[in-house]
Write a new protein. Structure first.
Length: 180
């Protein structure tokens, strides 16, 4: 097992730690933020190492984006449970992820690969930024009217807009898979 794949598995292992820290009273919000930040760093690091050392594997191609989706969805479910994020936004984001994954599966069964594009990458970055800003807001104890409260709201709006743009873009670029 190569280092990028170990980092991916490490990120998956961090998901229950993140959820547990988020949902447990008495654990500092800074610890929860730190867990998520380390997971986000491993996401960037595993892809960089895999490309730099030319050790891209089928396992990594499958598990890296899955680990990302699981981490992001775990955070949004936690935020929804805590009343931080509206359930409609969480369901919309989860539906987008399942839809695009399904579309990629259909394309794969026809011998085509649907790679992530700039809109998908922007969506992912906006999700990570929104999660980190929400966690910083929570850790600092600032309210909705504070700088971090307003920034969190802006990040959620931008993230939701990029999610919509990215799914529409995937549909338009891959409309041949909707025929028949």
């Amino acid at each position: 097992m190569n280092l990028p794949n170990v980092l991916t598995l490490f990120r998956v292992a961090m998901i229950p730690l993140f959820v547990g820290a988020f949902l447990t009273d008495g654990i500092s919000d800074w610890i929860t933020l730190s867990i998520f930040a380390v997971a986000a760093i491993t996401d960037a690091l595993d892809g960089y190492i895999a490309r730099k050392q030319n050790i891209v594997t089928d396992f990594g191609k499958l598990m890296d984006p899955l680990a990302d989706k699981l981490m992001v969805m775990a955070a949004f479910v936690c935020f929804t449970a805590a009343g931080i994020l509206h359930p409609i936004i969480t369901v919309f984001i989860m539906a987008r992820e399942f839809f695009v994954t399904g579309l990629r599966s259909i394309a794969s069964s026809k011998g085509k690969v649907i790679a992530a594009d700039i809109w998908g990458k922007a969506k992912t970055v906006s999700q990570y930024v929104a999660i980190i800003v929400i966690l910083v807001k929570s850790a600092t104890g600032f309210g909705n009217g504070s700088f971090f409260g307003i920034l969190a709201t802006v990040c959620i709006v931008v993230m939701t807009a990029l999610t919509l743009i990215s799914v529409l873009n995937y549909c338009l670029k891959n409309k041949e898979f909707f025929k028949g």
